[in-house]
Write a protein that binds this ligand. Structure first.
Ligand SMILES: [Mg+2]
Length: 182
């Protein structure tokens, strides 16, 4: 019998589990940071990998993002173990093109960061650079039907966060210069 009053959300446990499962599934913050670099270096040539990783960490600290990561990885693992109901089992196992819930779950991450995130997500999903290529390899025995979209969404969101922050910094600097000039 369920005991609803016994349940208490433990935010720290959710955050720790997210980090742990990303690592277990072979994804590092640096790899996601490299995707962010790829998306943003054209617009901000002075951007460093460390700065990208800091922004990836900020995205990973959001509850909505952690929830999506844990849900996606769990479904990937259940598919790997053959534990899902048919026909869902085969759709996730074979990354069925018309399934689409993997993209929708990933978009719940991008949603948090506004429209630039959508553009970046579309781009990265099409070209699958870096770690996304590895996650998409269907011959290594691991299933990452959900995780590839999630990692792309984290990179797209961190890119969006950088773009918004750089603009805010630029405006603050211009404002300070104006005030000094007066
Ligand atoms: Mg996918």
């Amino acid at each position: 019998m369920s005991q609803p009053n016994m349940y208490r959300l433990n935010s720290k446990a959710v955050a720790n589990a997210t980090q742990e499962w990303l690592t277990k599934r072979g994804v590092t913050k640096a790899q996601i940071g490299q995707l962010v670099m790829l998306l943003q270096k054209e617009y901000f040539p002075e951007l460093t990998l460390d700065e990208c990783i800091v922004n990836v960490e900020a995205v990973l600290s959001k509850r909505e993002v952690q929830n999506a990561i844990l849900t996606g990885i769990q479904l990937d693992i259940l598919a790997e173990e053959g534990k899902l109901m048919q026909p869902l089992q085969d759709m996730i196992l074979y990354d069925e093109g018309l399934y689409g819930c993997d993209e929708v779950l990933a978009l719940s991450i991008v949603n948090v960061y506004g429209s630039i995130g959508f553009t970046n997500f579309g781009y990265i999903d099409k070209f699958k650079p870096g770690v996304l290529k590895k996650l998409n390899d269907k011959n290594d025995g691991q299933i990452h039907t959900f995780l590839d979209d999630i990692v792309g969404a984290i990179a797209a969101s961190a890119s969006s966060r950088i773009a918004h922050r750089k603009q805010a910094e630029r405006e603050a600097m211009e404002e300070a210069l104006d005030q000094n000039g007066q």
